[in-house]
Design a protein around this ligand. Structure first.
Ligand SMILES: [Zn+2]
Length: 426
């Protein structure tokens, strides 16, 4: 390696043989200090007919942005593209390079860098700053890589999980993910029944028949829909949501009881300040070592506190026992016990009564929660990640941008590879 051309090509990692570097300089670009590499692309034949009977017709200069090591000093490649007129077919041609697309002044290397950055948890503004481009450029790169281009309708995962999350314009979006690999299957702009049905109806029935389980939470028509869309699938209610409903029902009962007592009284403190202990699985409560409780002015174990609190009201105690027993039956996958608990005739709080009725209506799906290992736990992680993406960007105004970004940031090596291949090929 001897010449200036070879040196620059090596350091910038450019392999295009048609491109020749002539010089380097520093200068101003839009009042900012910038580094310029001067290059020329040669053309010695007509691009239309291939004839070499040509007349040179000057150059077209363009400043192409190139990734810089130091973002405070943007790098430009000032390319002179040779223009020719063909004597044979009378057409004009202009030299092209694989460094940059035709009519574009952002190098493909910069676009690759943007795609790479979009897979990280960075805002578009900071990506634009890092790559010395504008936010619009970053958005355009994101748009080019829309997730619909990688969709096919001949496959669905065997284990599906449905949920929703709040996104663009505080609207709720529907999300379906693969329960085993945790890959996102689809994000829909709404959670309307007809949209979800329309989407899944695009898959032939033979594909839909292969779905074995669908997990979801309780407050949905998803149940009816799942049975219509996936005739062979078992609908499983999410265990986390079941426990959450039970906890909520118990809390409402506990608060009602708390309000009966005078603020600051022993009973009031017992029910109000130790709420966490009631929700803790009974087996995990500290039963041996007592501890001084300043609110109660007494030395008690956790078990004693709970027992004292529950002794205040029979209804509260029943509600507590039901919550603990159902959670335990779910944990140990005891369907027989679960069935008998849901049919329980004990006198319980109002909200717990409603919850039990809901459980009775969906008994089959609740029992499935104890029968199968699948749950929506995987979705909670995904939803957490989506929240982070929205937070980094201070919210999204465009649903497609959000979905593309979610898909890009998903730890999905294949999609990432496809994205960079796309630009390598360009
Ligand atoms: Zn020609």
């Amino acid at each position: 390696m001897s010449s200036c051309n070879d040196c620059i090509k090596f350091s910038l990692n450019i392999k295009d043989p048609l491109l020749e570097f002539l010089d380097i300089s520093t200068g101003k670009y839009r009042n900012r200090e910038a580094k310029f590499y001067h290059a020329i692309v040669h053309l010695d034949h007509c691009l239309n007919c291939g004839s070499d009977n040509i007349v040179h017709n000057g150059h077209l200069y363009s400043n192409v942005r190139y990734p810089a090591l130091d973002a405070s000093l943007p790098v430009f490649i000032r390319i002179a593209k040779e223009r020719i007129i063909c004597r044979n077919c009378q057409t004009n041609s202009m030299a092209q390079t694989e460094l940059v697309d035709k009519y574009c002044c952002i190098s493909n290397a910069t676009k690759r860098k943007i795609i790479g950055s979009l897979t990280e948890d960075w805002s578009m503004k900071s990506i634009a700053r890092q790559t010395s481009t504008s936010t619009n450029t970053v958005q355009r790169v994101l748009e080019k890589y829309s997730p619909s281009s990688f969709e096919d309708t001949d496959w669905l995962p065997e284990y599906l999980a449905f949920d929703e999350f709040r996104g663009v314009g505080r609207q709720l979006h529907f999300i379906a993910i693969d329960g085993h690999t945790h890959k996102i299957v689809k994000v829909l702009p709404t959670r309307l029944k007809k949209d979800i049905i329309n989407y899944f109806k695009r898959f032939p029935i033979t594909v839909r028949n292969k779905v074995k389980t669908v997990t979801m939470d309780l407050n949905y028509y998803y149940d009816i829909m799942a049975k219509e869309l996936f005739p062979n699938a078992q609908v499983i209610l999410d265990r986390f949501h079941i426990v959450q409903m039970l906890n909520r029902s118990f809390n409402s009962c506990r608060i009602q009881e708390t309000k009966k007592h005078k603020k600051g009284s022993w009973e009031y403190n017992l029910l109000k300040y130790y709420w966490k202990l009631y929700l803790k699985p009974f087996d995990d409560l500290e039963k041996v070592k007592p501890c001084y409780q300043s609110r109660l002015k007494n030395t008690l174990t956790q078990e004693q506190i709970v027992a004292d609190g529950l002794s205040l009201n029979n209804e509260l105690e029943n509600t507590y026992n039901l919550m603990q027993d159902i959670s335990k039956a779910l944990k140990y996958r005891d369907t027989k016990k679960l069935r008998s608990l849901i049919q329980s005739k004990d006198h319980v709080g109002n909200m717990m009564h409603t919850t039990l009725n809901t459980f009775k209506r969906n008994l089959h799906d609740i029992l499935n929660a104890a029968k199968f290992d699948e749950s929506n736990g995987c979705l909670e992680g995904t939803n957490r990640k989506i929240k982070q993406i929205e937070r980094t960007a201070y919210g999204y105004a465009n649903f497609n941008h959000l979905v593309t970004r979610i898909k890009l940031e998903e730890k999905d090596a294949i999609i990432k590879e496809k994205a960079s291949d796309y630009y390598l090929a360009a």
